[in-house]
Design a protein around this ligand. Structure first.
Ligand SMILES: [Zn+2]
Length: 78
């Protein structure tokens, strides 16, 4: 008996929810928010509207065509 240990794979966290991001449609970017009331309403910390959608980063990108960092890399040429 060599007592070889089976190296256990690290178990996934029970919390399988993907990270949720908040996208302000007014700011047109990912923002931090504050929950409003007891409903799933969130207020943008930047502009203060409740025009905020939330979801995974991928879904927000697909839905709002948010380019994120890629867009920010490009210099704004006016
Ligand atoms: Zn905003």
């Amino acid at each position: 008996m060599k007592g070889k240990h089976q190296h256990n794979q690290p178990k996934l966290n029970n919390n399988l929810q993907p990270p949720i991001y908040f996208f302000c449609k007014d700011c047109e970017k990912i923002v931090e928010t504050k929950p409003v009331g007891r409903k799933f309403v969130y207020k943008c910390n930047v502009c203060g509207t409740k025009n905020v959608a939330f979801g995974t980063l991928e879904s927000l990108k697909n839905f709002y065509r948010y380019q994120g960092e890629e867009a920010e890399k490009q210099p704004s040429s006016n």
